[in-house]
Design a protein around this ligand. Structure first.
Ligand code: TA6
Length: 305
């Protein structure tokens, strides 16, 4: 048995590697062979594979894997803002463009926990330059886990270590890999109000049917239930999004015209992806000095007819 408590012919539960730019990545595996891969660039989940090695998250073939770009795919962490044009360098904040570190407590090469879950704890703190553009000291701890069933969970704990309150927005900008955007429907957002980014964030109310897609969509659904389902009819599978502390859900597909304007996205790739993002956007979260916020997202995939 090696130090991770895994038979020597098995790969370790937690493995630290590097990408082609020398940026550290952590691979988490479960005993059945499912895996997920997280980059220290942005604390971004880049891959989530089934025990048969099937990739469940979308990453563009034109993605740029080095700063200052966020990788176009996986699960970028949008913090401390989302969809705001203005002071910060990017509309979705700087967390996804920063180098995170591995928290050594407990040691990262820990084997599975008692439930067969492999996990890694990452930490982001603002640099001096970050504090110049966003003058609020924080500690952002992110635990990425892969369960024995092959589900991934992201638990964010954001603590205000400032001497005055601050507010933030957050989104897990999740790129799901799908068979064909015209074969997909989303359930759990019916009848909710939403802000439409294609209509100057004007507020509308969703109709009573499941969402299907025939054109560009860029909406933030407000006050949603804590479980959303994405049915991929052709692949006969359903993604389940379970969340806590994330009242809103972003839904985005750039469709054909917008795709052609994105250098890190293929012209036809809109057909194979859909973003459904657990978020807290409409009402930013305010933390008093010393206060900590926790937000959880768990993704699973189940067979469906
Ligand atoms: O998820 C919705 C959205 O705000 C879209 O408007 C689009 O800009 C997308 O995020 C991607 O943003 P990014 O900054 O990653 O290119």
């Amino acid at each position: 048995m090696n130090h991770s408590g895994v038979a020597s012919d098995q790969k370790p539960a937690v493995e630290i590697t590097k990408d082609r730019n020398g940026i550290e990545q952590i691979v988490l595996r479960n005993p059945r062979g499912a895996s997920t891969r997280v980059s220290l660039h942005g604390g971004q989940v880049l891959s989530w594979r089934t025990d048969r090695g099937e990739e469940l998250l979308f990453t563009s073939s034109k993605a740029i894997f080095k700063p200052p770009y966020a990788v176009r795919g996986g699960i970028p962490i949008c913090f401390p803002q989302f969809g705001q044009r203005g002071s910060l360098e990017q509309q979705h904040g700087f967390a996804r463009n920063r180098t995170w570190v591995i928290e050594e407590n407990p040691p990262p090469l820990q084997s599975y926990d008692s439930t067969g879950k492999a996990y890694i704890d990452l930490l982001l703190k603002p640099s001096e330059d970050d504090l110049k553009i966003w003058p609020h000291s924080f500690e952002f701890r992110l635990r990425v886990s892969l369960t024995a069933d092959g589900n991934i969970s992201l638990i964010s704990r954001i603590r205000n270590i400032n001497c005055k309150p601050f507010s933030f927005s957050i989104a897990y900008h999740t790129y799901f890999s799908i068979s064909d955007i015209s074969e997909v429907r989303v359930e759990g957002l019916e009848t909710l109000d939403y802000l439409d980014n294609l209509c100057q964030k004007e507020r509308f109310t969703e109709q009573g049917d499941a969402l299907t897609f025939e054109s560009e969509v860029d909406k933030i659904y407000l006050g949603s239930r804590d479980i959303i389902a994405i049915f991929d009819h052709e692949r006969k599978r359903t993604f389940l999004i379970q969340k806590e502390g994330l009242p809103d859900v972003g839904v985005w597909n750039p469709w054909e015209k917008k795709s052609k304007t994105m250098v890190d996205f293929g012209d036809e790739e809109y057909k194979q992806m859909l973003c459904v993002n657990g978020a807290a956007v409409e009402k930013p979260i305010t933390l008093k000095p010393g206060e900590e916020w926790t937000g959880r997202l768990e993704l699973s995939v189940v067979p469906s007819s």
